[in-house]
Design a protein around this ligand. Structure first.
Ligand code: GTR
Length: 323
């Protein structure tokens, strides 16, 4: 909800004080304070405040304070929350344009993903978001997601057989898990820790920063860098909120949001190195340098299911042709 908290001024009040947060935008994030996505949106908020002389403020609610990701997305569509930073995963069923770039092993590297998302494909996907009342400000880096569990180290694809892993609430990942020979249990992020602890699932999959900051490493010490998903994330504003802003304020938000992408991506590499070191120090075993080919080859049925239309085939080709 866009809060208009300024009041009409008495003559003696200075212009700066007058401008104090007339518009307050609430932004949701599932990650805790200090996580690169939260830091980047806070940075953006500072910029917006400065560039509007204190008139527009962004208040970031980290650690799922406004609810789990899927609910926050829905509330942002309705304008109850103004902004959301989330992975593409929970958008897959809602915004089909997000599915192709969420396929396992579609990107060769983070840089490849940046090049694709910062080009025409990113624009095309933004149109898909807009059709669901979400205005894209920028695409963040969701890192490379890998498997972790509390049972055994995963050294080869056969080790996944029969294991039960949490996935984000997206059909793509349910199919991905089946193709890996494992079982998928879709559930919100906030439920994963206790689900592993109580044995409801054997493990989950995520990037090293999330594995670290969620505390999942405490209950799942085997982490294998199979890097099956290089995931884009999005920072989006509710269209309900957007339509209430002046064109000038919209421009400020657009520019600061775009610039926050670089801030986030710069913080990311450092965070990954820190998280890997920190979980290893706490006793996690990280399996590095596995042969990824069997993992990549196993994804064929997932591609066969999701890359069927000429548009989807075209997108895959364009992604592969991007440097
Ligand atoms: C993280 C991502 C979050 C959330 C989470 C999850 O990597 O940054 O937005 O989607 O994964 O697995 O639910």
């Amino acid at each position: 909800m866009l809060l208009v908290c300024g009041t009409i001024l008495a003559g003696s009040v200075t212009a700066a004080a007058a401008a104090d947060c007339e518009v307050k935008l609430r932004s949701a994030d599932t990650h805790p304070d200090g996580y690169p996505t939260v830091a980047a949106v806070r940075w953006m908020g500072d910029q917006v405040k400065e560039r509007t002389q204190g008139r527009v403020c962004v208040e970031v609610f980290p650690a799922s304070a406004l609810g789990e990701e899927k609910d926050s997305i829905e509330q942002t569509q309705f304008g109850v929350i103004d902004m959301v930073r989330a992975s593409f995963g929970p958008f897959n069923n809602l915004v089909p344009e997000t599915q192709i770039v969420s396929l396992p092993y579609i990107f060769r590297s983070a840089q490849h993903m940046y090049n694709v998302m910062d080009g025409p494909i990113g624009d095309q996907i933004a149109e898909g978001f807009a059709q669901h009342d979400l205005i894209v400000l920028g695409y963040y880096d969701g890192g490379a997601r890998s498997f972790y569990n509390g049972e055994r180290p995963i050294n080869k694809i056969e080790d996944l057989k029969g294991m039960k892993f949490r996935v984000m609430q997206s059909d793509v990942f349910v199919d991905m898990m089946a193709a890996f020979g494992a079982n998928a249990t879709p559930m919100p992020y906030g439920e994963v820790y206790s689900a592993i602890q109580t044995g409801v699932i054997d493990g989950a999959e995520n990037n090293p920063a999330s594995y670290d900051t969620s505390g999942h490493f405490e209950v799942a010490k085997y982490y294998t860098l199979d890097e099956h998903l290089i995931m884009p994330e999005v920072l989006a504003v509710s269209k309900v909120t957007w339509d209430k802003l002046s064109p000038e304020d919209q421009a400020v938000l657009k520019a600061a949001g775009k610039e926050s992408v670089t801030v986030m991506r710069d913080l990311w590499a450092k965070k990954i190195a820190e998280s890997e070191a920190s979980v290893e120090k706490a006793g996690s075993q990280i399996v590095r340098g596995i042969d990824k080919k069997p993992f990549i080859d196993a994804m064929e049925p997932v591609y066969a299911k999701y890359v069927t239309t000429p548009e989807a085939k075209d997108m895959v080709e364009k992604i592969r042709a991007t440097e």
